[in-house]
Design a protein around this ligand. Sequence first.
Ligand code: NAP
Length: 245
Amino acid sequence: MNDAASLAGRVAIVTGGARGIGEAYVRALHGAGAHVVIADVLTGEGHALAEELGASFAHLDVTDEAAWTRVVDGVLAEHGAVDVLVNNAGIANAAPIEHFTLRKWNAVLAVNLTGTFLGCRAVVPAMKAAGRGSIINISSVEGLRGSVHLHGYTASKFAVRGLTKSLAVELGPAGIRVNSIHPGLILTEMTTRIDPGVLIVPLARPGVPADLAGTVLFLAGDASAYVTGTETVVDGGMTAGIPHH
Ligand code: NAP
């Protein structure tokens, strides 16, 4: 591994890291030498993954402001720094707009958007003190275009993309970089009900969590030292063209 790709000595928090794409981020960052803190509501899976890798697990509901303080304070006390935060925890819900309840709307915005905001805010003081940091916010191709029935999800992922830009502008002078990743269709629990056959993907297959590993490593490490406020699309080319029936 070259120096720019190495994360040796760095400390990374990955929300929703117990399974799915978050697990792939955890494995990639761990493989590059970082100490990874898996922050998730899934205690069983989170502990098991942490034990397998020699990583840490912290129970965290990303919508809980006080829990963020507790988790970040704990990481700083034990490891002395937070160099990388991957705001990955997310949920999806869907309904035609006439049936899209306020409860559904509030639920998806709370996790995907407010959770990301709280995470960014929680790590900034430590990153400012260190004079460096990389925050990686997980948006979606639904942060770039509309999608039938996914009203709250789409709104939340556009907002995550926007929050990423305002933070990048504000925090650049402090040495903190903030970028978003926009996955396409990736096979996880979240997408089990989606038929991959209905989507036109130029690379001719749905993605798997490991397809995101290279992007998170690039954005976390020094290879991207001059990269902030960007949006990296990892979708097999799905949003590159105009879909035709
Ligand atoms: P997933 O398999 O459902 O994993 C999401 C993880 O986040 C789960 O462990 C989940 O736990 C956890 N989580 C949910 N709510 C949480 C909360 N309030 N606090 C802490 N953790 C919470 O989903 P995924 O497919 O890996 O998606 C990961 C991220 O990528 C999400 O932000 C998603 O929007 C984004 N994304 C996914 C795709 C895709 O095709 N899969 C495409 C674009 C973007 P529970 O199971 O208990 O809820």
